[in-house]
Design a protein around this ligand. Structure first.
Ligand code: TPP
Ligand code: MG
Length: 324
């Protein structure tokens, strides 16, 4: 596996940004300062960052309801995201998307999705666009273990194989769907995807380096016309399903044990391949992240809400000159 010092620093910066961004969000949310409903991605950061590190704005991702990490990893700006999550006029989607419908077409981020299993058909459509244009772009769908059983996912697996699409099925098996523990052993999700006729592997989703290696291979295969790939990233859902869920249904000893071994950030820093990052550069990156988040919240709280006359804008798209 090959990773440049710049990419290594980027990987750390992005994982740490997701962590700090969400921890601050939780705290603001608990104080009643942010509206809506949020799902925290903690301990899954290595998946999003490894997945998007080698992507450009021409590549596509379709996210889930647990999408903050996917957005940040794909390059969405922190301030514009915060404005969106607070439903402000200057947010990424003019305050109309919020956490679960945030999108940034300029970054190839096709949207979070409140419909479980809603992302893969969108990502398959984007992969068909890339294949038709022949531009070497790839398209990735993030899919939860719960979502993996949806018919939309099976249809997308089928289409991706039939059409040999440049697509990656990135399963995030955090072993929980809402309040229900997965009845399936790890590996069953990849096995099913593999049965459609694509390479499918199980990877430790808390190990950034293993994830990056698998993603590099899948992305290269897609760019070179090799068709779709599935990756089952096994990870841990650190917090409850949504912010405020006390996880009373989880065995607390098991949860404590899983939390301790599955934090991708200390695991990344303890890996000899991260040795190129000096303590000074880590401290600099950390300080810059906190300053960016502070500034983002300052701007967000001072920003205007959309005015009532905006209620009926952005409802329909007008395909002027294209559809008649
Ligand atoms: C079609 C559909 N069915 C049910 C729901 C309610 N729901 C929201 S999240 C969720 C669980 C999703 O679990 P998983 O795919 O494992 O993702 P995770 O929350 O673990 O990231 C469910 C059932 C929904 N939003 N959409
Ligand atoms: Mg899950």
């Amino acid at each position: 596996m090959d990773i440049s010092p710049e990419k290594l620093a980027d990987a750390y910066r992005l994982m740490k940004t997701i962590r700090e961004f969400e921890e601050r969000m939780r705290s603001e949310y608990q104080q009643g300062k942010l509206p809506g409903f949020i799902h925290i991605y903690r301990n899954q950061e290595a998946v999003a960052v490894a997945a998007c590190l080698d992507m450009t704005n021409e590549d596509y991702i379709a996210s889930t309801h647990r999408g903050h990490g996917h957005c940040i990893a794909k390059g969405c700006e922190i301030e514009a995201m915060l404005l969106e999550l607070a439903c402000k006029e200057d947010g990424l989607c003019n305050g109309k998307g919020g956490s679960m419908h945030i999108a940034d077409m300029s970054k190839g981020m096709l949207g979070a999705n409140a419909i479980v299993g809603g992302g893969p058909p969108i990502a398959a459509g984007a992969a068909l666009t890339a294949k038709t244009l022949g531009n070497g772009a790839v398209s990735m769908a993030f899919i939860g273990d719960g979502a993996s059983d949806q018919g939309t996912v099976a249809e997308s697996l089928n289409l991706a194989v039939v059409l040999q699409l440049p697509m990656i099925f990135m399963y995030e098996n955090n072993r929980y769907a809402e309040f229900t523990k997965s009845p399936k052993p790890d590996g069953r999700i990849a096995e099913r995807a593999g049965a459609f006729g694509m390479p499918a592997e199980v990877v430790d989703g808390s190990d950034f380096f293993a994830m990056y290696d698998a993603c590099q291979r899948a992305i290269t295969r897609g760019r070179e016309g090799g068709g779709p790939t599935a990756i089952e990233a096994v990870c841990n859902r650190y917090y409850g399903h949504f912010e405020g869920d006390p996880q009373a249904y989880r065995d607390q000893d098991e949860l404590a044990q899983e939390r301790a071994v599955s934090d991708p950030i200390p695991r990344f820093l303890a890996d000899p391949r991260a040795a190129a990052l000096s303590a000074e550069s880590i401290a600099e990156i950390d300080a810059a992240i906190l300053a960016e988040i502070d500034r983002g919240f300052e701007v967000t709280y001072a920003a205007a809400d959309p005015t009532p006359d905006k209620l009926y804008t952005d409802v329909y798209i007008h395909y002027e000159g294209r559809l008649r």
